[in-house]
Design a protein around this ligand. Sequence first.
Ligand code: CU
Length: 667
Amino acid sequence: MPTDAKPLKIGVPGRTTFDKFVKVEYREKPNENRYDGFCIQIFYKVLELLDYDLPYEFNPYNGTSDEGSLTGSCILSRCSGVYLSSKPSLANDYGADASDDGADSAGADGLLCTSWAEDRLFDTSKLKMFVDELPDMPKILGFDVVFGFPKPKSLKIGMFKTEWKFHRDLPATPVFAYGTSKATATVPGPTIVALHGVDTYVRWKNHLPKKHILPWDPTIPTAIPINMKGIPTVVHLHGGIHEPESDGNAESWFTAGFKQRGPKWTKKTYRYPNRQHPGNLWYHDHAKGLTRVNLLAGLIGAYIIRHPDVEAPLGLPHGDEFDRPLVVFDRGFSDDGSIYMNATGNNPSIHPQWQPEYFGDAIIVNGKAWPRMTVRRRKYRFRIINASNARFFRFFFTNGLGFIHVGSDSAYLGESAITNKVLLGPSEISDVVVDFSKSMTDTVILANDAPYPYPSGDPVNELNSKVLKFVIQRYQEFDTWQVPKKLIQYPSPDLSSVSLTRYIAMYEYTSDVDEPTHLYLNGKPYEAPVTETPKVGATEVWNVINLTEDNHPLHIHLGLFVTLDQTELVNLEEFKSCMTEINDAVKCQVSKYAVGNKTEVPAHEKGWKNVFKMRPGVVTRILVRFSYIHSNASYAFDATSEPGYVYHCHILDHEDNVMMRPLKFYT
Ligand SMILES: [Cu+2]
């Protein structure tokens, strides 16, 4: 307990007697990077822990409580650390084992967020690998066909709390899952198949309960509904080119029945016009400060835009049997089968729960841990989505079989490319063809050797180095499918049309004990006024300067980009200290430092992408286009409306705290 801590009694406003008390101790250390709602959020967190129902509407934003006068003291205090000090009986109420949590003395019975019962981490090595068949998620068509003509379709897709079997020998896991009903909801959710040029409307419906199944952290900027009733969610279609109102802005969240809505909520039914190039997208939650926990809980699904006129002539493997999405992510489990998430932050006195990266040892493909798939001895197409929070995968086949790349993220490549390894950062998509007729063996394991965190973290182990086993049938099959060298040609990036050059610097901040506390883009919190304001239709160059030690997969909403070059910074510490001081790449003479080794962009990443892995200590130059890449035409909707878009790191733990900035368009 810090020496400058002061006790603060809180209770439930509006009640004259409190049947439960907690004491929150806090430090009066203003932290400019935090924002005003901080203590209110702590307050709500405590109430959640105590399972309180507030008796009447209490507005945390104007602090009008008459009793307990919590808000006044909170706003004054600007806490930077919160400790829960309780009567012994209270600890029993929510299962915290105070002696275990590392809180140090001075009457602190436990850190606030260790009060989640921390079940013991299940030993995943007990799970036998390759015993569950690889599932195919249910498919939902995003269009109707009337008298032979495709027509727009309206879908209703819910988010449900249900249970999911991640492995034959693991108890059923409580999850949040997308589906058309609770009974049919799956993790990942159904694959939506849309048609180019035909609108798909989706009403995303939140049927989630009042409380989250995972520990979240109120000390990072987080969507918190009034009275803590409900779980904020909002769906983003990753890779979609659509209006801002349908983009799933982090502050457009809503709770069950749309009862509560975030400050930037606009509408119930989202419109996906599907006017863009064909390819692979995925939908997932994007609620402010809850993205990492909502995705961990299971709110993930694939979305494919097909354009038969353009795609059929390619002759790639097709049909449900031979063209399969593979949604891959890592999870840890508790003994009771629930998803394990470390409930104690790496800097618990600053963020009780937040950790800079989530990793689990079990590798899940289409909802099963280390599944197996029996394949015929011929070509298959796999649309591989890395839906992990923070884990990079470097996939390879244990028998040397190769990958023939046809697409990257949402777009086809201009030319197919062959590799033996595929490095995918969180949220990246690789669209590959695998020719099992070339296999010298009858079984092969899709494996992973990416250190975590990437690139300089731990090496993979026995568990997280395995992904999926293919059992290949003996008989060679006749196979007319092919992978042409030339795929789909889009207008190439044109440097002469660049209207603006931007500098985007990535910063990580650490505590006294040298543990990450938060990460920012351009040294700014998400709430700071928008600084990236491109014109609709513009082509811009962004110099992304990674001043951290991690690789960050940067994702831009709406726009697609081509990576031009990657150049190492020399005298990095000198440049970094200038940037830390004045946060201005031009004044710090970035061009003087960006003169080191250049890394070639691999052939399979040379196309139009919406995520790129920003290497540490490197300036990555990308050419971003804010128009349709297949036609260069301007968007078929108003991209300038509220609430705008965002761009962010797709390591979800970074995105939540808060490596994300607004992106607003003008004409
Ligand atoms: Cu990051």
